[in-house]
Design a protein around this ligand. Structure first.
Ligand code: SF4
Length: 344
């Protein structure tokens, strides 16, 4: 039972199995939120199609993987509504209605569109060809995701507040145009997002092949941790290490052992004295990662072996979400003075 009746809404694109960054940056917060707020967590497959329109079948497979990742880390379908975006067609209808009242320059000014263009292709003109009507409109779809469920709180990192501004602008415009106080303005629920780099020192990402996945095996995890860049100035085991120059393992220790200051002080001391070499230090870190994720991975295996159970969980969430969405759309049509031709 949530301790507040405020509604929180968030989603993830199904583009592959999730990694440590997703867990510490989002999912660990969602697990906390589900006991605090009326929580709606969406697998936003239409958003995945904005860039993966040539691989639609792949996206469907990823929905399954994401559901397993969410459930194994503790997203509780009895505490939160877990659903697939495309199972709720009312979101698409609201997206359409909102697109009618959204000025086109609001969409074009979105700073994240420029980042997406770069991500699509390093060649700018080739990338531009991949900007579809759907991709350009993704902020409107994101707004519809939130407004369909009248989301009041949206988890964002401090640096992502602007992403929410668009939805707030559209929400205000709707309320003003139709002279109502219908949609609540979504507000940010700030979350801490620890910066976890990939094993190569670049941003950790599913598509960069540098991530440690929640679903990785223990030996895969060990192999990946072994490849992590450490302190580049430390050439031999007998050289003292510098935790402040250690690129990946030390920041990762700080995430995994954030509640164990004495242990962190011990790791730092052993590194800088030096009582330990980077090879052994990384072996120990791999053990930390594996110990932390072992219960999740075990649960994931059990869930993966019981597809009927997972399917039922998703279908139950879809039907809960759809009930709310139908109500919203019926009210929105009313406000806009549109006849509901399908009304029973
Ligand atoms: S000993 Fe550990 S913390 Fe120190 S530089 Fe090497 S990997 Fe990093």
């Amino acid at each position: 039972m949530a301790s507040s009746d405020k509604r929180i809404m968030s989603g993830m694109r199904p583009t592959g199995r999730l990694h440590l960054g997703h867990y510490f940056g989002a999912l660990s917060n969602w697990v906390r939120f589900q006991s605090q707020y009326d929580s709606y967590f969406s697998i936003v497959d239409w958003h995945a199609l904005t860039t993966k329109f040539q691989n639609t079948r792949e996206v469907q497979g990823h929905i399954w993987e994401i559901a397993l990742d969410w459930l194994c880390v503790g997203i509780d379908p009895d505490a939160a509504t877990v659903y697939v975006q495309s199972a709720v067609p009312e979101i698409a209808e609201l997206h359409l209605l909102m697109s009618m009242l959204t000025p086109h320059n609001w969409v074009e000014r979105e700073p994240t569109l420029k980042d997406m263009v770069k991500m699509l292709d390093s060649d700018e003109s080739a990338a531009k060809e991949k900007i579809t009507y759907g991709l350009l409109g993704y902020p409107v779809l994101m707004t519809a995701d939130i407004l369909t469920f009248k989301g009041q709180l949206i988890p964002v990192g401090k640096d992502q507040e602007s992403h929410l501004e668009f939805a707030r602008d559209v929400c205000r415009r709707f309320n003003k145009l139709y002279d109502v106080d219908y949609f609540p303005e979504p507000k940010p629920e700030f979350t801490e997002t620890p910066l976890l780099k990939g094993i190569d020192g670049q941003k950790m990402g599913k598509s960069f092949n540098n991530d440690i996945k929640i679903a990785d095996t223990e030996s895969d995890t060990e192999k990946k941790v072994k490849q992590m860049i450490t302190d580049r100035t430390r050439l031999a085991k007998s050289d003292p290490g510098h935790t402040d120059l250690c690129e990946i393992p030390w920041p990762m220790y700080k995430v995994f052992a954030k509640d164990r200051p004495d242990y962190l002080a011990q790791v730092k001391n052993e590194c800088e004295t030096p009582l330990i070499g980077c090879v052994d230090c990384k072996k120990r870190l791999a053990g930390e990662v594996n110990d932390f994720f072992r219960p999740f991975r075990e649960k994931r295996e059990l869930l993966a072996a019981d597809p009927d159970r997972v399917r039922k969980i998703i279908e139950h969430g879809n039907s809960k979400a759809r009930k709310v969405a139908k109500q919203t759309l019926s009210e929105v049509r009313d406000i806009m003075g549109m006849v509901d031709w399908n009304k029973d």
